[in-house]
Design a binder for this molecule. Structure first.
Ligand SMILES: [Zn+2]
Length: 462
């Protein structure tokens, strides 16, 4: 901090998102190596930030920045089921039907900058300055579109993600992670300094990619961990670079400004995978047209005319029913839906200890979009849901996870919040509290149905 007063007479807000950053690294194992984050923690309210259901990038950042849960948003993963069909498509900013915090700032006439936040592609004109994040495919990556050429000239071609981060080529992946990190933070520092937005929100996705690519080099509890491996040091160095960039950003803030460092979920060692569709087949819910030839996608072999339930894999499983009159090859009678859900919930909870099946309408109050019949979290996220089939003879249910990805998501992310009137100290929070705090700090009012409570202490007068 430079101690100067901001020239606006009102606070500015800086939100730095570190995708997938867990308390085990930021508050514990790496803490001694992150001087800027440690100094921030000294003056910040901070703690565990409990993620949403499901604890994955899409929808978690959108939940944090809109105050709406996954069922209200109708977002259950970065691939969205096309209603009535078994097909999935990549989610985009057009799927977000609620305001995110920057839109509220812009509507009030303030200036917001939104950089690399998941589910902002394609960029929307209501967002102020925007550089799209992951899943950006084509068309302008920025709003205004002319910004893209300007940024490219100054910082090189925009990097939205790390290619093939699960291919095991760690030297290349580290090179790309570092380049993406440095470019993103340089852009953020420049825009914070030159445009002086009231709210700047950035998300660095590289921390998530690092964990998925190299968790076996980071977590001593991982079965493939080797103490002193050079990639262990490189992972720490990556975080030290993040810390140095955050230090430079903080040097450009004033005493009046508010700073958030947040993650959307945490990370933990994945113990194994579990072949969810193999279980459904074994129990008669799902049928094949032919035997798989090695590991294959479900859609290659599924016999829809006899299948009552199927699942989409990932960090958690989405279980769908194949309902007559609703789905394109549906066979399950609508009258059997509720009993089927109860049976399926029991099936998964019995098959894998520690597993919990969630009814979307119970968890969210409402289940918009192509909601699954059940959201199934296997062994409290120790086990990844594998949607592919053909995992061999014998126990074809417990299968290795992705060969090069030793990380699953965890419920617990982190937050730090520092600024005028914020009492430092430890206080655990929920992901929606970030939205409520931003609304409070930025003096915005919204629908009382928004989730979360502000983390700002009551004002004591100035
Ligand atoms: Zn994430």
């Amino acid at each position: 901090m430079n101690g100067s007063r901001s020239g606006f007479g009102k606070a500015r807000c800086l939100v730095v998102g570190l995708d997938c950053a867990p308390p085990s690294l930021l508050f514990d194992r790496y803490a001694a190596h992150l001087p800027n984050l440690n100094a921030l923690r000294e003056r910040a309210k901070h703690g565990i930030l409990r993620s949403c259901l499901p604890p994955i990038t899409v929808p978690a950042w959108t939940c944090m920045l809109s105050g709406r849960n996954a069922g209200e948003l109708g977002l259950y993963g970065f691939r969205q089921r096309i209603p009535g069909t078994s097909r999935l498509r990549i989610a985009s900013s057009r799927d977000v039907r609620f305001k995110r915090i920057w839109e509220r700032v812009e509507e009030r006439g303030g200036k917001a900058a939104t950089l690399f936040v998941p589910l902002t592609a394609p960029p929307s004109p209501s967002a102020g300055t925007m550089v799209a994040g992951m899943l950006h495919a084509d068309g302008p990556a920025t709003y205004p579109p002319s910004l893209e050429a300007e940024l490219q000239q100054r910082f090189g071609p925009l990097i939205v993600d790390v290619a093939d981060f699960r291919d095991g080529d760690l030297d290349r992946i580290f090179d790309e992670l570092e380049a993406m990190r440095d470019q993103h933070f340089e852009i953020a520092k420049t825009i914070w300094r030159e445009q002086k937005p009231e709210l700047l929100t950035m998300v660095e996705l590289g921390t998530d990619r690092l964990h998925h690519a190299a968790w076996h080099r980071i977590d001593p509890e991982h079965p493939r961990y080797i103490e002193g491996h050079p990639h262990e040091q490189r992972a720490l160095d990556y975080y030290k670079g993040i810390d140095a960039h955050i230090g430079e950003l903080l040097a450009d803030t004033s005493d009046d400004d508010y700073v958030f460092v947040v993650s959307d979920h945490g990370a933990k060692t994945m113990q194994s995978g579990f072949a969810v569709n193999e279980l459904l087949r074994r129990e008669g819910w799902l049928h094949f047209c032919r035997e798989p030839e090695g590991v294959e996608p479900l859609r290659n072999v599924i016999d829809w005319s006899r299948t009552k339930a199927w699942a989409e894999g990932g960090y958690y499983a989405r279980v769908f029913l194949n309902v007559a009159g609703r789905d394109e090859n549906g066979v399950l009678a609508p009258a059997a839906i509720e009993a089927s859900r109860r049976e399926l919930a029991q099936l998964f909870e019995r098959a894998v200890p520690g597993t919990k099946a969630y009814w979307p309408e119970h968890s969210f109050g409402v289940a918009r979009g192509a909601a699954p019949a059940l959201l199934v979290v296997l062994d409290n996220l120790h086990i990844r849901a594998i949607g592919t089939v053909g995992h061999g003879e014998g126990d074809a249910l417990r299968v290795p996870g992705d060969r090069h990805d030793g990380c699953n998501h965890d419920w617990n992310g982190i937050y730090l919040l520092a600024g005028h009137g914020i009492a430092p100290g430890r206080e655990d929070a929920e992901i929606f509290d970030i939205h409520a705090s931003l609304m409070d700090i930025l003096n915005l009012s919204g629908d009382p149905a928004l989730h979360g409570r502000s983390l700002r202490m009551p004002r004591s007068g100035r």
